[in-house]
Write a new protein. Sequence first.
Length: 229
Amino acid sequence: MTVPVLRAMSLEKSYAPLTAGAEGLRIFRGLSLEVGGGEMVAIVGESGAGKSSLLHLLAALDAPTAGEVWCGETRVSALTAKQAGAYRNREIGYVWQFHYLLPEFTAVENVAMPLLARGDGRRTALAEAARWLERVGLAGRGEHRSGELSGGEQQRLSIARALITRPKLLLADEPTGDLDALTAERVFTLLQELHREQGLASVIVTHNLEFAGRCDRVLRLREGRLVPA
Protein backbone atom coordinates (compact mmCIF):
# COMPACT_ATOMS: atom_id res chain seq x y z
CA MET A 1 0.00 0.00 0.00
CA THR A 2 1.35 3.43 -0.98
CA VAL A 3 1.92 5.75 1.97
CA PRO A 4 0.15 9.14 1.46
CA VAL A 5 2.49 12.08 1.02
CA LEU A 6 0.71 13.91 3.85
CA ARG A 7 -1.07 12.53 6.90
CA ALA A 8 -2.52 14.58 9.73
CA MET A 9 -4.00 12.41 12.47
CA SER A 10 -6.28 13.50 15.32
CA LEU A 11 -4.88 17.02 15.47
CA GLU A 12 -5.72 19.23 18.41
CA LYS A 13 -4.62 22.83 18.79
CA SER A 14 -5.39 24.98 21.80
CA TYR A 15 -4.10 28.29 23.08
CA ALA A 16 -3.98 29.25 26.73
CA PRO A 17 -6.04 32.27 27.85
CA LEU A 18 -4.27 35.62 27.73
CA THR A 19 -5.57 36.66 31.15
CA ALA A 20 -6.37 34.79 34.35
CA GLY A 21 -9.93 33.56 34.47
CA ALA A 22 -10.46 33.88 30.72
CA GLU A 23 -11.30 30.92 28.52
CA GLY A 24 -8.63 29.45 26.25
CA LEU A 25 -9.03 29.02 22.50
CA ARG A 26 -9.43 25.57 20.97
CA ILE A 27 -9.07 25.55 17.17
CA PHE A 28 -8.92 21.88 16.12
CA ARG A 29 -10.75 18.90 17.57
CA GLY A 30 -9.49 15.54 16.29
CA LEU A 31 -8.80 16.86 12.78
CA SER A 32 -7.49 14.32 10.27
CA LEU A 33 -6.37 14.61 6.64
CA GLU A 34 -4.62 12.46 4.05
CA VAL A 35 -3.30 13.69 0.68
CA GLY A 36 -1.73 11.44 -1.92
CA GLY A 37 0.85 12.23 -4.58
CA GLY A 38 -0.76 13.95 -7.55
CA GLU A 39 -3.81 14.98 -5.53
CA MET A 40 -4.93 18.60 -5.17
CA VAL A 41 -7.16 19.25 -2.15
CA ALA A 42 -8.95 22.55 -1.55
CA ILE A 43 -9.79 23.69 1.97
CA VAL A 44 -12.55 26.25 2.40
CA GLY A 45 -14.24 27.72 5.44
CA GLU A 46 -15.28 30.88 7.20
CA SER A 47 -12.72 33.51 8.09
CA GLY A 48 -11.23 32.66 11.46
CA ALA A 49 -11.99 28.94 11.15
CA GLY A 50 -8.29 28.10 11.38
CA LYS A 51 -7.33 27.40 7.75
CA SER A 52 -4.00 29.23 7.94
CA SER A 53 -3.30 27.70 11.35
CA LEU A 54 -3.77 24.25 9.83
CA LEU A 55 -1.24 24.97 7.08
CA HIS A 56 1.20 26.15 9.75
CA LEU A 57 0.91 22.78 11.50
CA LEU A 58 1.39 20.88 8.23
CA ALA A 59 4.50 22.93 7.46
CA ALA A 60 6.00 22.59 10.95
CA LEU A 61 5.71 26.34 11.44
CA ASP A 62 3.73 25.52 14.59
CA ALA A 63 3.25 22.37 16.68
CA PRO A 64 -0.07 20.69 17.51
CA THR A 65 -1.25 20.40 21.10
CA ALA A 66 -2.01 16.74 20.34
CA GLY A 67 -2.01 14.46 17.33
CA GLU A 68 0.60 13.89 14.63
CA VAL A 69 1.59 15.19 11.20
CA TRP A 70 3.55 12.96 8.82
CA CYS A 71 5.09 13.78 5.43
CA GLY A 72 5.98 10.45 3.89
CA GLU A 73 8.03 8.70 6.57
CA THR A 74 8.89 11.92 8.43
CA ARG A 75 7.03 12.60 11.67
CA VAL A 76 6.76 16.34 11.16
CA SER A 77 5.14 17.11 14.50
CA ALA A 78 8.17 15.73 16.39
CA LEU A 79 10.87 17.77 14.60
CA THR A 80 13.10 20.23 16.43
CA ALA A 81 13.18 23.81 15.14
CA LYS A 82 16.39 23.12 13.19
CA GLN A 83 15.03 19.89 11.74
CA ALA A 84 11.77 21.64 10.83
CA GLY A 85 13.66 24.27 8.84
CA ALA A 86 15.50 21.58 6.88
CA TYR A 87 12.22 19.71 6.34
CA ARG A 88 10.52 22.79 4.89
CA ASN A 89 13.44 23.46 2.57
CA ARG A 90 13.51 19.85 1.39
CA GLU A 91 9.88 18.69 1.28
CA ILE A 92 7.54 21.71 1.14
CA GLY A 93 6.74 24.49 -1.25
CA TYR A 94 4.76 27.20 0.53
CA VAL A 95 2.89 29.96 -1.32
CA TRP A 96 1.49 32.76 0.82
CA GLN A 97 -1.27 35.24 -0.01
CA PHE A 98 1.30 38.01 0.39
CA HIS A 99 4.48 37.02 -1.40
CA TYR A 100 7.10 38.05 1.24
CA LEU A 101 9.73 38.66 -1.42
CA LEU A 102 12.96 40.29 -0.32
CA PRO A 103 12.87 43.81 -1.80
CA GLU A 104 16.64 44.32 -1.82
CA PHE A 105 17.22 41.33 -4.11
CA THR A 106 16.42 40.78 -7.77
CA ALA A 107 13.73 38.40 -8.97
CA VAL A 108 16.23 35.69 -9.89
CA GLU A 109 17.96 36.05 -6.51
CA ASN A 110 14.64 35.75 -4.68
CA VAL A 111 13.82 32.51 -6.49
CA ALA A 112 17.32 31.14 -5.81
CA MET A 113 17.13 31.82 -2.05
CA PRO A 114 15.94 28.33 -0.96
CA LEU A 115 18.83 26.71 -2.84
CA LEU A 116 21.36 29.19 -1.46
CA ALA A 117 19.97 28.64 2.05
CA ARG A 118 20.69 24.93 1.86
CA GLY A 119 24.23 25.48 0.63
CA ASP A 120 24.05 25.15 -3.14
CA GLY A 121 26.62 27.15 -5.10
CA ARG A 122 25.53 30.59 -6.27
CA ARG A 123 26.08 29.89 -9.97
CA THR A 124 24.10 26.66 -9.85
CA ALA A 125 21.29 28.22 -7.80
CA LEU A 126 20.94 31.24 -10.10
CA ALA A 127 20.93 29.04 -13.22
CA GLU A 128 18.14 26.90 -11.77
CA ALA A 129 16.25 30.04 -10.70
CA ALA A 130 16.49 31.40 -14.25
CA ARG A 131 14.94 28.19 -15.58
CA TRP A 132 12.07 28.53 -13.12
CA LEU A 133 11.53 32.17 -14.05
CA GLU A 134 11.15 31.08 -17.65
CA ARG A 135 8.66 28.38 -16.64
CA VAL A 136 6.40 30.88 -14.83
CA GLY A 137 6.57 33.41 -17.66
CA LEU A 138 9.07 35.83 -16.12
CA ALA A 139 12.16 35.15 -18.22
CA GLY A 140 12.65 38.84 -18.99
CA ARG A 141 12.19 40.02 -15.41
CA GLY A 142 15.08 38.33 -13.63
CA GLU A 143 17.04 41.49 -12.87
CA HIS A 144 14.04 43.48 -11.66
CA ARG A 145 13.42 43.92 -7.96
CA SER A 146 10.10 42.84 -6.46
CA GLY A 147 8.77 46.39 -6.20
CA GLU A 148 9.11 46.74 -9.97
CA LEU A 149 6.80 43.77 -10.62
CA SER A 150 3.01 43.68 -10.76
CA GLY A 151 1.00 41.75 -8.17
CA GLY A 152 0.51 38.83 -10.51
CA GLU A 153 4.20 38.76 -11.39
CA GLN A 154 5.13 38.82 -7.72
CA GLN A 155 2.89 35.84 -7.04
CA ARG A 156 4.29 33.89 -10.00
CA LEU A 157 7.72 34.68 -8.64
CA SER A 158 6.75 33.32 -5.23
CA ILE A 159 5.47 30.11 -6.88
CA ALA A 160 8.81 29.64 -8.62
CA ARG A 161 10.58 30.20 -5.29
CA ALA A 162 8.32 27.64 -3.60
CA LEU A 163 8.95 24.92 -6.17
CA ILE A 164 12.64 25.39 -7.01
CA THR A 165 13.62 22.77 -4.40
CA ARG A 166 11.39 20.15 -6.11
CA PRO A 167 9.25 19.51 -3.00
CA LYS A 168 6.76 16.67 -2.53
CA LEU A 169 4.11 18.87 -0.96
CA LEU A 170 2.70 22.23 -2.01
CA LEU A 171 0.84 24.32 0.57
CA ALA A 172 -0.85 27.49 -0.68
CA ASP A 173 -2.65 29.94 1.59
CA GLU A 174 -5.11 32.07 -0.43
CA PRO A 175 -2.61 32.32 -3.31
CA THR A 176 -5.02 34.39 -5.43
CA GLY A 177 -6.73 36.30 -2.63
CA ASP A 178 -4.94 39.59 -3.26
CA LEU A 179 -5.32 39.58 -7.06
CA ASP A 180 -7.93 40.83 -9.52
CA ALA A 181 -10.14 38.22 -11.20
CA LEU A 182 -8.18 37.88 -14.47
CA THR A 183 -4.79 37.72 -12.76
CA ALA A 184 -6.14 35.28 -10.18
CA GLU A 185 -7.32 32.97 -12.97
CA ARG A 186 -3.87 33.01 -14.58
CA VAL A 187 -2.11 32.31 -11.29
CA PHE A 188 -4.45 29.47 -10.34
CA THR A 189 -4.11 27.90 -13.78
CA LEU A 190 -0.32 28.06 -13.39
CA LEU A 191 -0.57 26.36 -10.00
CA GLN A 192 -2.66 23.57 -11.52
CA GLU A 193 -0.18 23.07 -14.35
CA LEU A 194 2.82 22.91 -12.03
CA HIS A 195 0.95 20.62 -9.64
CA ARG A 196 0.46 18.13 -12.47
CA GLU A 197 3.95 18.53 -13.94
CA GLN A 198 5.69 17.99 -10.62
CA GLY A 199 3.37 15.24 -9.38
CA LEU A 200 2.77 17.17 -6.17
CA ALA A 201 0.48 16.59 -3.24
CA SER A 202 -1.15 20.00 -2.92
CA VAL A 203 -3.32 21.62 -0.25
CA ILE A 204 -4.87 24.91 -1.35
CA VAL A 205 -6.69 27.20 1.08
CA THR A 206 -9.07 29.45 -0.84
CA HIS A 207 -12.23 31.50 -0.51
CA ASN A 208 -12.79 31.15 -4.25
CA LEU A 209 -15.33 28.34 -4.58
CA GLU A 210 -14.91 28.17 -8.37
CA PHE A 211 -11.18 27.49 -7.97
CA ALA A 212 -11.89 25.02 -5.15
CA GLY A 213 -14.25 23.11 -7.42
CA ARG A 214 -11.42 22.56 -9.91
CA CYS A 215 -9.44 20.60 -7.31
CA ASP A 216 -9.71 16.83 -6.80
CA ARG A 217 -11.42 17.23 -3.43
CA VAL A 218 -12.98 20.09 -1.49
CA LEU A 219 -13.01 19.99 2.31
CA ARG A 220 -14.61 22.50 4.64
CA LEU A 221 -13.02 23.39 7.96
CA ARG A 222 -15.91 23.63 10.40
CA GLU A 223 -15.96 23.44 14.19
CA GLY A 224 -12.38 22.25 14.30
CA ARG A 225 -12.71 19.38 11.81
CA LEU A 226 -12.50 18.84 8.06
CA VAL A 227 -15.69 17.62 6.39
CA PRO A 228 -16.59 17.16 2.71
CA ALA A 229 -17.83 20.44 1.25
